[in-house]
Design a protein around this ligand. Sequence first.
Ligand SMILES: C[S@@+](CC[C@H](N)C(=O)[O-])C[C@H]1O[C@@H](n2cnc3c(N)ncnc32)[C@H](O)[C@@H]1O
Length: 398
Amino acid sequence: MKKLITPNDIVLDIGAGSGLLSMLAAKAGAKHVYSIEASNAFATIAKKIIDTNGLGKQITIIKDMSTHVTVKDNKKRKRNKKGRNRKQGRTIPQKATVLVAELLGTLLNGESTLRYYQDARQRLLTKNAKIIPASGAQYAVLINSDMLHKITSSKSYHGLDLRYFNTFRDSVSLLFTKHYGVCMNTLNYKEMTEHITVYEADLYKDGPEVQPMNERGRIYTVTALEDGSVQAIVFFWTVWMDKEKQYKISTNPKDTIGNLPRNMNWGQAVQLVEDPAGWTHPEPKILHLRKGQKVDVKIISDGVSLRARVVRVYPQMSAKEPEEKKAEATATQVSTQPEATATQPEEKSQSRKARKSVDLTPTPSTNTIQNDINKLDIDDSSVKPSGAEPMTSESSQS
Ligand SMILES: C[S@@+](CC[C@H](N)C(=O)[O-])C[C@H]1O[C@@H](n2cnc3c(N)ncnc32)[C@H](O)[C@@H]1O
C-alpha cells in the first residue's frame, strides 16, 4: 500500500472485517477510504476500531455487499428536488482510484474474489485504478504421506483385519485442513509431481471464467518425480500484491511453516486420491507411480470450490520391460481413458453406494469377506501394526 497509494487516491476496501486494511490505506496517505462490509456486526466493530484509532474522518464505513453499492449519480439527485436519493441504495460519491481487499479463502476464489473484483472494476473503480492484490495463482500437487495414509485408512487392530472399512475412504470431498486443526507441513509429506497451475488470475482484468468451469473440467498432465504411492492432492495459492510481483503471500505449506495464524486462517485444501482403475469398485485402489510416469488429473470448479480426480494413468515403459508387461500396461491405459471413466465424483459416490448396497446388504460368508480383503490393494507398508492406538471414526474416515 505504501508503494501504490498517493495523497490523491480514493481507496475502496471490500470486506472491511476489522477495518485493518482501510486503516493501513489511510495511514499510507489516501485522501479518503470507503470501506464496504456486508456483515452488520463487522461493520459496527470496524467503525468502533477506526474511531478508536482516530481515523473516522478519513474512512467511511458502508454496510452492504459491494455488489449493491453504486457510485452516486449527481444528475439524478438534482432532478429529485425533494432531495430523496431514490433507489440508489448505498453509494460512494465518486469512483475509487485504488481497490484493496482481502477476500481470499482456503481456495484462491473461495470467497468469490474474482467476481467481486470484476464487479468493482466494472462499476466502482476509475479506468486506471490500482488493484491490490494484483494477481494470483491457484496451485495443486499430488502428494505422498505415510501419516495422511495412516489417518485415512484402516488396517488392523489386535490382529483383527479391518481393511474392508476402506470402502468408506472418501476421495470425493475436498477438505480444509484448518477445519481439522491440521497443518499440512506437520504431516510429513512428499510432493510426487510438479505443481499444477490450476489457473492464474490477473486481478486487473480476469473474472471467474479463468477457473476450470467447463462441465468437463480441465485435464492437467503431470509427471511423477519419484517412485511411490499417492494419497492426496493438495491445493494452495499465491497472490502477488503488486504488478511487479515484489510482494506476495503464499499458502504453500512450505511457506507457512511456523505460521499458525496463516495455517488456521487459510490453510490448504486436501482431497484424497485413488487409482482410476479401482474407481467403479467399492474399495479404493491406491495409486502407485513410477518416476517419470505421467497421470492426467481432472479438476473442475463449480465457480467457487474445486474438485479433482486422477482420470488416467499412462503406462510406464522401459526398454527392458518384457512384451507381456507392455500389453498389461496398455490394457490399464485403455481401462482408465477419461472417456471410459468419465463418471463425475457424485456419480462415482453413488456407484460406490450402489455397490455397497449390493455387496454389503447380504450377510457374506467369512470366505467372501476374506476374498474381498485379499482383493484390496492398499499400500500399508507404512502402517505398522501397533495395537496401541484405537481406531476412531475420525481416524478411519477422511
Ligand atoms: C477475510 S475478511 C476480511 C478481513 C479484513 N480485510 C480485515 O483486515 O480484517 C472478509 C470480510 O469481507 C466481507 N465480505 C465478503 N465479501 C464481501 C462483499 N462482496 N461485500 C462486502 N463485504 C464482503 C465478509 O463479511 C468479511 O467480513
